[in-house]
Ligand binder design. Structure first.
Ligand code: GDP
Ligand code: IMO
Ligand code: MG
Length: 429
């Protein structure tokens, strides 16, 4: 039962989309298990550049199914928009399926995301504003509307929507003093979604279970990153789902034994969008330079990303939470030409040195990084496709990361496109 999970090891945007597109030619399906349109996965190949928010990142491979699992919250407008764009660009989307158990992001979720963030004031999380948090709140609160409800609007969706909207409108008008949403408008939208999405709605849990039972390889596509995990991230500055590997079993309806490998994707440095502690953040001119040369701006919101050195303490924590069997290091090329590169190997806090990632967010915010400094490399790694093309110092940096995190690097990525990839060892046999 060969499922291979590709998981963000940091705060998201590690390059999961690129790596999934690279690996997807060897599998039968790519299945997203969590998050929603807050994700922005970039895929660059001979068919062009694609920014995918809802559609799984293997879509450019003909014959590879794309599945949106039950753990995902679906923004149907975003999904349908992506499907039509892919169609116009000549990418076949007939092999794209959505779980009938996945929850829908409704217009009131998007509105509440905005209103709640405003109300948080200085302690705003810095969400992507896509309604993802409020949609997961309703899922857990048993007030959600599911994709399958679209197939039974009168019997199932309308009564559930009436109940949910009465509650949401009370919140919107009485607590936030904003304008109520109209049920008519939402029902019209649902009817449009139903008509267009119906051919793609499926019991995807069975589809995935069947593929695994037939020994077909499946890539489990993570969104966000482990340090944004609702349980294991820097709470409350997290997303509302479980990007770590446990989320894959729940978000797809598969058992843990189905997962043959867990690949953690890491940038060769760190980035984070939104609020919350980031011990190795570079707040100096070098950080600004890195952001600009690397064009570190969010794929979903266009916001500048905070940048920092590679944090091996956080990375090791992430490895342990997920039981990573291999690492992928992306954007090594971005560090080309730096006179030296640093790695955070411990934190200094309250007069002590620690090498564990603390759960207390205010403690994490006080952590001062302890750095190891490594010589930089002047010859480029950009576009390298084999280890022999890498400068020795770049390779020592990679080896040191491997050692500190405690897991072998299986892929080194040296540019955004599919070919700019070094496969050190095969993840999928
Ligand atoms: P994801 O959310 O994890 O899929 O990552 P994003 O797509 O949000 O952000 C990663 C960015 O880095 C995208 O612009 C990718 O095209 C780009 N990228 C991925 N790998 C590499 C790499 O090795 N080098 C460079 N220069 N860019 C990369
Ligand atoms: P991908 O899949 C980077 C961050 C937001 C915010 C926090 C909560 O592209 O790696 P949310 O909208 O989820 O309630 O926001 O999580 N965030 C991401 N950061 N990459 C992502 O996805 C993210 N998805 C959410 O910036 O700090
Ligand atoms: Mg992204």
């Amino acid at each position: 039962m060969p499922g291979y999970a590709v998981i963000g090891g940091q705060w998201g945007d590690e390059g999961k989309g690129k790596i999934i597109d690279f690996l997807a030619g060897r599998v039968d399906a790519v299945v997203r298990y969590g998050g929603g349109s807050n994700a922005g996965h970039t895929v660059v190949n001979d068919k062009g550049t694609f920014q995918l928010h809802m559609v799984p990142s293997g879509i450019c491979w003909p014959g590879v199914a794309g599945i949106i699992g039950n753990g995902v919250v679906v923004d149907a407008d975003v999904l349908l928009g992506e499907l039509s764009e892919l169609d116009t660009r000549g990418i076949d989307t007939s092999n794209l399926f959505v779980s009938e158990r996945a929850h829908l992001i409704m217009p009131y979720h998007v509105l509440l995301d905005e209103l709640e963030e405003k109300a948080r004031g200085d302690s705003a999380i810095g969400t992507t504003g896509r309604g993802v948090g409020p949609a997961y709140v309703d899922k857990t609160g048993r007030m959600g509307i599911r994709v399958g409800d679209l197939l039974d609007i009168e019997g199932s969706l309308r009564p559930r929507l009436e109940q949910a909207l009465a509650f949401k409108n009370a919140l919107i008008t009485k607590i936030y003093e904003a304008e109520a949403l109209s049920i008519r408008d939402i029902l019209d939208k649902c009817a449009e979604w139903a008509a267009r999405l119906a051919p793609h709605i499926q019991a995807t849990e069975q589809t995935v279970q069947d593929l695994l039972a037939q020994d077909k390889a499946v890539l489990l596509e993570g969104a966000q990153g482990t340090l944004l995990d609702i349980d294991h991230g820097s709470y409350p500055y997290v997303t509302s789902s479980s990007p770590s590997v446990g989320g894959a079993c729940i978000g797809l309806g598969i058992p843990p034994q189905a997962i043959a490998g867990v690949v953690g994707v890491f940038k060769a440095y760190s980035t984070r969008v939104g609020g919350g502690p980031m011990p190795s953040e570079m707040l100096d001119a070098m950080g600004d330079e890195l952001r600009e040369t690397a064009h570190e701006y969010g794929t979903t919101t266009g916001r500048p990303r905070r940048v920092g050195w590679f944090d091996a303490v956080a990375a090791k924590y992430s490895r342990l939470v997920n039981g990573m069997t291999g690492l992928v290091l992306t954007r090594l090329d971005i560090l080309d030409g730096f006179p030296s590169v640093k790695v955070c190997v411990g934190y200094r806090v309250n007069g002590q040195v620690i090498d564990r990632f603390p759960s207390n967010t205010s403690l994490l915010a006080q952590c001062q990084p302890i750095y190891e400094e490594h010589p930089g490399w002047s010859q480029p790694t950009a576009s390298a496709t084999s280890v022999s093309q890498l400068p020795e110092k770049a390779m020592s940096y990679v080896n040191r990361i491997e050692e500190l995190v405690g897991c072998p690097v299986q892929i080194i990525s040296t540019g955004p496109s599919r070919e700019e990839t070094i496969e050190v060892s095969r993840i999928i046999p």
